[in-house]
Design a binder for this molecule. Structure first.
Ligand code: ZN
Length: 237
C-alpha cells in the first residue's frame, strides 16, 4: 500500500468556519435597513414634510451606527476578557507543572481516539513547536488566529450600519413626493432580499428561504411603524 502523502493547503473549505465578522456585517446591514426605513416610513406616514423625514433618517443612521459600535464593543470585549483569563491561567499552569500539562494534553488525544503511545508522541511534538498554542486549541478551544477583537467588531458594525442606512435615505432624496413611502419601502425590501440571499449563501443555507424570511420581517416592521405614524400624525395634526 502506498504511503499517503500529506500536503499543506489540501484542506476542504467549510462555510460554517468562514469569518465571523462578515456575518456580523450582514446582520448589521439588515438591522440598518429595517430600522432606518421603518423610522422614516413612520415619520412619512404622519404626513411630515420631506425635511423632517430626512432628519429622522439621518438621526436614525447616526444613532444606530453608534449603538451598534458600543454594543459590539461591549459584547466582544467580555468575550475577549474571558479568553485572556483562560490564556493567562494556562500559561501559569504550563510554567508551574509542565509534566502534568503534557500528560493532560496527551489524554485529550487519547479521548479523541489515539492510543496512549501515539497520543504522547503527538503531545510532545505539538508542544515542541508551540506549547501554549497546542493547549489553547485542544484544551481551551481557542484559535489564536481568531481571538476576539473588540475594536474591529465595533468599527465594522458601525460602518456597515451607516453604509446600508444610506439606502432608504437615498430613496427619499430621489423619489417624487407622491411615491416617497413606496420608494423607501421598495428599495429597502429589495436590498433586504439581496442581503438575505447573500447571508444564506455565506451560511450555506437555502438562499430563497433566507431572503424571504428577512424580507417579510422587514416588511412587517415597516407596516407597523407606518400604521403608528399614521395614527400619531392624525391625532397630533
Ligand atoms: Zn493545559
Amino acid at each position: 500500500m502506498a504511503k499517503p502523502v500529506l500536503r499543506m493547503g489540501q484542506v476542504e473549505m467549510h462555510r460554517s468556519g468562514r469569518a465571523g465578522w462578515l456575518r456580523a456585517a450582514v446582520l448589521g446591514s439588515d438591522d440598518a435597513i429595517v430600522s432606518t426605513a421603518s423610522l422614516m416610513i413612520g415619520v412619512a406616514a404622519s404626513s411630515a414634510p420631506k425635511g423632517a423625514i430626512l432628519v429622522a433618517g439621518v438621526a436614525g443612521m447616526v444613532a444606530g451606527a453608534m449603538s451598534m459600535a458600543v454594543g459590539e464593543y461591549v459584547s466582544v470585549s467580555s468575550q475577549r476578557d474571558a479568553e485572556q483569563a483562560d490564556i493567562e491561567r494556562e500559561t501559569g499552569e504550563l510554567t508551574e507543572q509542565p509534566e502534568a500539562e503534557l500528560r493532560e494534553l496527551a489524554l485529550i488525544y487519547v479521548k479523541r481516539g489515539l492510543d496512549n503511545e501515539l497520543a504522547m508522541k503527538v503531545a510532545q511534538q505539538l508542544s515542541a513547536r508551540d506549547r501554549l498554542g497546542a493547549h489553547m486549541r485542544d484544551e481551551l478551544g481557542i484559535d489564536q488566529k481568531s481571538l476576539a477583537r473588540p475594536l474591529q467588531a465595533a468599527w465594522i458594525s458601525a460602518v456597515s450600519f451607516a453604509a446600508f442606512a444610506v439606502l432608504p435615505i437615498a430613496a427619499l432624496l430621489v423619489a417624487p413626493a407622491s411615491l416617497r413611502l413606496a420608494a423607501i419601502a421598495a428599495l429597502s425590501l429589495a436590498s433586504l432580499a439581496a442581503l438575505g440571499a447573500f447571508g444564506g449563501h455565506l451560511g450555506g443555507a437555502p438562499i430563497g428561504r433566507a431572503a424571504v424570511r428577512v424580507t417579510l420581517g422587514g416588511a412587517l416592521a415597516m407596516a407597523v411603524t407606518a400604521v403608528i405614524g399614521r395614527i400619531l400624525g392624525v391625532s397630533a395634526g
